[in-house]
Design a protein around this ligand. Structure first.
Ligand SMILES: [Mg+2]
Length: 266
């Protein structure tokens, strides 16, 4: 089916997932740079949205720039940043027990939040991907929730792509805490949920109807359409095949093999 070109070209903001959409591990996906350059030449705004909490926005901006897609810090949003802003808005200067890695801690501090090692003092329990997760941290998480901390998580991903395969992501930490306490996070901040989208729209000062979300993962990038009403473009250059997309209950607005197809027609 031919895409509606006028509609596809008519957005003011284009949001890009990173891994599987713009690059695969260390390698640029052919055509991604051309598509983004063409959009920017037309005065479109571009923003990169990542759920991955174990690297900083600065890391992403530097990686994109090295791959030939110049990107400033303002053009990247990740789930750590959205989470820090979300908690800081709910309770400025709140005290957080954080299961997560240093880039997430840095975002929390930058948002004026206080990090504690004492689960009994925590107003929030934050769960994220943590390669140092342990029985002791799980026990602390349980204590924090028993003492009334509010449970927040950075992102819903089960796994995170890495060179040669994948590693457990935030869903593993959430699942362990749920298993022990029976309590689920009241907010999960990353894609497909509205907290990430709201941060992106606010950054570009655009409305949801002015923007397109482009990504390779059905349950995050494309599900964002179902959660928030944003139009979506599925690229088959990452983790999703055409057969998987056909089986998925929610359909993207557009489907392409990769950003090289978008570069051709934009
Ligand atoms: Mg992806």
């Amino acid at each position: 089916m031919k895409p509606d070109l006028a509609r596809l070209r008519g957005y003011q903001g284009y949001f890009f997932d990173l891994d599987g959409t713009v690059y695969l591990g260390p390698h640029l996906i052919e055509g991604a740079d051309r598509a983004i350059r063409a959009l920017r030449r037309q005065g479109k705004k571009t923003l990169f949205l990542s759920n991955k909490p174990i690297e900083s926005c600065r890391d992403y901006a530097e990686k994109l720039s090295a791959l030939g897609i110049p990107a400033t810090l303002e053009e990247v949003i990740n789930s750590s940043q959205v989470t820090a802003l979300t908690i800081a808005r709910m309770a400025p200067r709140a005290t957080v027990y954080c299961i997560g890695e240093p880039p997430l801690m840095d975002e929390l501090k930058a948002a004026g939040l206080r990090i504690t090692d004492d689960p009994l003092r925590a107003e929030f329990l934050l769960a994220s991907q943590d390669r140092g997760f342990s029985y002791a941290k799980l026990n602390d998480a349980m204590l924090a929730l028993r003492h009334g901390a509010r449970f927040i998580a950075t992102n819903p991903d089960r796994t995170c792509p890495v060179a040669g395969g994948e590693i457990p992501d935030c869903a593993g930490m959430i699942g362990a805490i749920e298993g022990v306490t029976g309590i689920s996070p009241e907010i999960v901040c990353g894609k497909p949920f509205r907290y990430m989208l709201d941060a992106a729209l606010e950054r570009l000062r655009l409305k949801v109807s002015d923007c397109l979300m482009i990504g390779d993962r059905l349950e995050t990038d494309i599900q964002m359409g179902a959660e928030t009403g944003i139009d979506t473009l599925l690229v088959l250059s990452g983790v999703t095949t055409a057969a998987m997309a056909a089986d998925y209950p929610f359909k993207p607005t557009y489907t392409m093999n990769s950003l090289a197809d978008l570069a051709q027609i934009i």
